[in-house]
Design a binder for this molecule. Structure first.
Ligand SMILES: Cc1cc2nc3c(=O)[nH]c(=O)nc-3n(C[C@H](O)[C@H](O)[C@H](O)COP(=O)(O)OP(=O)(O)OC[C@H]3O[C@@H](n4cnc5c(N)ncnc54)[C@H](O)[C@@H]3O)c2cc1C
Length: 397
């Protein structure tokens, strides 16, 4: 049976980022790292079925892991994209209140905008509050009463991002095995024995980055159901009418309260020039139900026509959907990211509920995981190694 220092389950953006971080840090000796993935490629599930937004953290509770890691991860991801030639759209984000909202009694939206602005102030995120004329300078075709502009937000090509992280990890010696779903995990003599559909292997440390299935993988490792992930689908339509698809060029979001299930159906431009509308929030029974009972396009038109009156149903074509791995917090609201060292020795780290802004946060999550006490103790990173990673390796990679 092959032996490894670290086994990562899941080759989504988070698993690939962690593999890359561990592979490029300086430890007492080079780590033998393996990534096991169900699908035939990296990033086949949630990591490439999203809006690609590198979020500022404005939508997250101040002090949350989501907020902190999104901020840290987004700035690392922008620098990474520039260094590696990954398509990036530096569009900025507008969170707006429309004239219709005003006519219908502004209070709910105004309160949401105020709470978002307050979040930004607490987290020191650079934003400006803009009037209708200020908004017209940002986005000439947008009909809005007022809004917040977050100039530093960018959109990344999520597929290229994931593939680049995987390739980077491989260049650091990480072995990826695809078409290789993990079906059993046993603790054995200070390590774990992992059984997949094709092989058995031994590992000293285990990192569960299985996305939608992280609750099931954690249950295999812990022999008890500690976590529960609920699938919440988000659907997208593409705006395909030639004369209209360039009318909006930036991310335009509605003002929803920070704790809403999603961030709201928005205009979602991409680095390649496509413009999508979405995502909505649809609870589904299965973690693989991407298409049953698709929401009709009229719902998306209704959500965004207030910002772009020219928008019609016939402008839209079904595009794709993604599924959020939601966990509930103690108050029943949307929970924070869970990054839990559920066993110190042998190390077991479960990453559960890595929904939005998980793409933004991926490089921050990777650092956070590599810095955990159980990983540091087990593999003895030298101080100089840690410093090297943070200060120098980022420039080298
Ligand atoms: C509609 C939507 C929009 C979003 N928009 C944004 C956004 O704009 N910005 C942002 O920051 N975030 C966004 N997100 C969130 C972001 O996409 C996720 O947080 C992120 O992709 C999570 O990555 P992951 O690697 O944890 O999960 P995944 O990409 O799901 O990867 C987990 C991997 O584990 C594998 N796996 C599972 N079980 C096993 C097993 N037993 N054995 C082997 N492999 C296994 C899976 O096949 C999968 O490849 C959005 C999400 C959705 C659904």
């Amino acid at each position: 049976m092959q032996s490894y220092d670290v086994c990562i389950i899941g080759a989504g953006v988070v698993g690939c980022a962690i593999a890359r971080e561990l592979a490029h840090r300086r430890w007492d000796r080079p780590l033998r790292i393996i990534v096991l993935e169900t699908h035939e490629r990296a990033g086949e599930e949630t990591s490439t079925r999203n809006s690609g937004v590198l979020h500022s953290g404005i939508h997250e509770r101040a002090g949350s892991l989501k907020g902190r890691l999104a901020r840290e991860g987004s700035s690392l991801a922008v620098a990474y994209a520039v260094r590696h030639g990954i398509p990036l759209l530096r569009s900025g984000m507008v969170i707006a209140i429309s004239g219709d909202d005003v006519r219908q009694g502004l209070w709910r939206e105004a309160a949401s905008l105020w709470r978002l602005w307050h979040n930004a102030w607490k987290a020191k995120i650079r934003v400006s509050v803009v009037s209708p004329s200020g908004l017209r300078i940002w986005e000439p075709n947008l009909r809005a009463f007022c809004g917040i502009v977050i100039p530093n937000v960018a959109v990344i090509d999520s597929y290229a991002f994931v593939q680049s992280l995987r390739a980077d990890a491989e260049s650091g010696g990480v072995q990826f095995v695809f078409n290789n779903r993990v079906v059993n995990i046993e603790a054995d003599a200070g390590s774990y024995i992992i059984t997949t559909e094709r092989q058995r292997l031994r590992t000293a440390g285990l990192i569960n980055a299985a996305g939608l299935h992280a609750d099931e993988v954690a249950a295999l490792a812990l022999s008890t159901k500690k976590y529960s992930v609920s699938p919440l689908r988000g659907e997208y339509y593409e705006l395909v009418t030639e004369s209209k698809k360039h009318l909006i060029r930036r991310l335009v979001y509605p003002a929803l309260p920070p704790q809403s299930a999603g961030k709201g159906i928005h205009f979602s431009p991409r680095p390649n020039g496509q413009l999508f509308l979405g995502p909505n929030t649809v609870p589904v029974d299965s973690k693989t139900d991407y298409t049953s009972r698709k929401t009709p396009p009229g719902v998306f038109v209704q959500a965004l026509q207030k910002f772009l009156p020219a928008l019609e149903e016939r402008d839209l074509r079904w595009a794709y959907s993604g599924i959020r791995p939601q966990v509930k917090g103690s108050n029943g609201h949307k929970g924070d990211f869970i990054i839990a060292s559920d066993s110190e020795d042998p190390p077991l780290i479960n990453l559960v509920g890595i929904e939005s802004p998980g793409l933004s946060a991926a490089l921050g999550i990777a650092r956070h995981v590599a810095d955990t006490t159980c990983i540091q103790r087990r593999f003895h990173a030298s101080n100089s190694g840690t410093l090297l990673t943070h200060a120098v390796l980022e420039r080298r990679r």
